[in-house]
Write a protein that binds this ligand. Structure first.
Ligand code: FRU
Length: 530
């Protein structure tokens, strides 16, 4: 009897412990976040087709690549872009056009620039000629001036190299309608095969217009008094920086170094191929520019984004405050033409604010989503502290992951994040603190075999600047992209993904004792309504 009783007590105690343990486990390791909605996917509904970004800019239909002519005027941000209106693959280039009052919600506009007898309309920039230096408008109604590259197919077909020259167009009605300049091209081809992508800006110090373009393996700097007559001043880069591919889409601007009075110039150069994780990418140089010549002491190669899908990005001209706003094309020439979308191709990155800081004596560009993006966030879950014991994990179930922002701090120790769905698609993100390696594995993230390089390798980045005790992660997932900002954008990673169904599970794991603090999971409000 005693024996039996003892046994019962022992068994019940064991059961109780097990029960308590499993309850504890339940509450600590599996968390379901209720949502009022599921992500809806429906080809017949406006902007609800499979993979359609819900809060990134994408064209209603057809092909898009680089952002062009980004300029702010009279309360409106203009976004022009490389556009082919007849197909979802690259073709004769036009400038598409969209506008926004907040850089979050966009209005589609008519096509701004069409190819003409001088050529297709490749990438370029736009300014507001406020003093009417060009004489193309009046002081009362200053012209919006676009300077772009003409690419001439007849010259290309004739087997000659001088296909590209720079052209000008202007608008006297705030970008609604455009006229090409009679004196085009304004910068003729100097017998170079690659000669393109002019970025023009007003130089406050020299009171001149400055222009930077790329000429194969280098940048060229020009100046002008009137936007139509340009003088070549200098070249930069033949023996500096990354040269794994042709230089494209330059930009140059001045930034204050955070926390100091120092100012430096930043030169962005996109290159294709030759990016750290394959194909297209954007490098940057920090240096000095006197309105004629750019110089740098920089020895290493720096990239604005270490993911595979942030290319040809440039910044806004004429913004109302001193903020530097950047938008990139969220794709890669390796597979841009093959991604599995149906009636449109490609999206832009979120608009990002670019700032400059010095970390360990090293100038570093940081990029974070613009401030007003916060308005789009709806908090669905938050928790001050979650401990993850060595070798354990926390699994969240949340139906809205593919339209969410996840932000938290962790100790500067190993961390693994796995996003998945019930079709076994999974996206794996790892941080290895001792090796200082950050990796993104999209090999099993969903549809991947539309092109052989898309999921060939795990994307690994050396993150030597992650020396802080805690790490701040911000992860933004849309239907077909992920953007990761580490430590306020000291490192950013942008990648496309094509999950077969939206991800509904997030597992946070570590093989070390980890602590997740200030975790917030937000739903991101969609921006598209007809
Ligand atoms: C960059 C780029 C530019 C060019 C444009 C053509 O992606 O190759 O150099 O102007 O695309 O669409």
């Amino acid at each position: 009897m005693t024996y039996k009783w003892n046994k019962i007590v022992k068994v019940s105690a064991l059961q109780l412990i097990l029960l308590l343990f499993s309850c504890k486990k339940e509450s600590e390791t599996a968390i379901t976040i209720p949502t009022s909605e599921k992500i809806s996917v429906d080809s017949t509904v406006y902007y609800k087709e499979p993979f359609r970004p819900q809060f990134h800019f994408s064209p209603e239909k057809h092909w898009m690549n680089d952002p062009n002519g980004m300029v702010y005027y009279k309360g409106i941000y203009h976004l022009f872009y490389q556009y082919y209106p007849n197909d979802i693959v690259w073709g004769p280039m036009h400038w598409g056009h969209a506008t926004s009052t907040d850089l979050i919600h966009w209005k589609h506009k008519k096509i701004a620039l069409f190819p003409d007898k001088l050529g297709l309309i490749f990438s370029g920039s736009a300014v507001i000629d406020i003093n009417n230096t060009s004489g193309l408008g009046t002081k009362e109604n200053p012209p919006m001036v676009a300077i772009f590259t003409y690419h001439n197919m007849d010259i290309e077909k004739a087997g000659k190299i001088n296909t590209q020259s720079q052209g000008l167009a202007y608008s006297l009605d705030e970008g609604e309608t455009w006229k090409k300049y009679d004196g085009n091209p304004i910068i003729k081809n100097p017998e170079l095969k690659d000669f393109r992508d002019p970025k023009v800006f007003w130089n406050e110090t020299t009171k001149e217009w400055d222009l930077v373009l790329v000429a194969g393996d280098r940048a060229q700097f020009y100046t002008s008094k009137n936007l139509t007559d340009w003088k070549l001043q200098s070249e930069f880069g033949k023996n500096t920086g990354a040269h794994g591919g042709v230089w494209e889409c330059p930009d140059i601007f001045k930034l204050k170094v955070e926390g100091s009075k120092e100012e430096k110039w930043v030169l962005l150069i996109s290159i294709n191929p030759g990016a750290p994780n394959g194909g297209s990418g954007t490098q940057y140089f920090i240096g000095d520019y006197d309105g004629k010549t750019f110089k740098t002491n920089q020895k290493d190669i720096k990239w604005i984004d270490y993911g595979t899908d942030n290319y040809a990005g440039v910044t806004y001209n004429n913004t109302p405050d001193s903020k530097r706003i950047f938008i990139g094309w969220m794709s890669n020439w390796l597979y841009a033409r093959n991604t599995p979308t149906k009636n449109w191709r490609s999206a832009m990155t979120l608009p990002r604010e670019i700032s400059l800081s010095k970390i360990n004596g090293d100038y570093t560009l940081k990029s974070t989503p613009i401030e007003q993006f916060k308005q789009q966030l709806v908090t669905e879950y938050s928790k001050d502290l979650i401990s993850i014991k060595k070798g354990t994990k926390i699994d969240f179930t949340y139906d809205y992951l593919n339209q969410s922002s996840i932000r938290f701090n962790s100790k500067n120790q190993n961390l693994k994040l796995v996003f998945s769905n019930d079709l076994n698609d999974s996206l794996v993100i790892d941080y290895y603190s001792k090796q200082k390696i950050f990796s993104i594995d999209r090999k099993h993230s969903g549809f991947v075999d539309f092109e052989k390089t898309f999921a060939k390798d795990i994307h690994k980045t050396s993150v030597s600047n992650l020396v802080s005790v805690a790490i701040d992660y911000q992860i933004i997932l849309d239907w077909s992209s992920i953007e990761i900002f580490i430590n306020g954008g000291v490192y950013s990673f942008t990648e496309q993904l094509f999950p077969k169904k939206p991800y509904t599970k997030l597992s946070i794991q570590s093989d070390e004792n980890q602590e997740i603090t200030n975790l917030t999971i937000n739903k991101i409000k969609g921006i598209w309504q007809k």
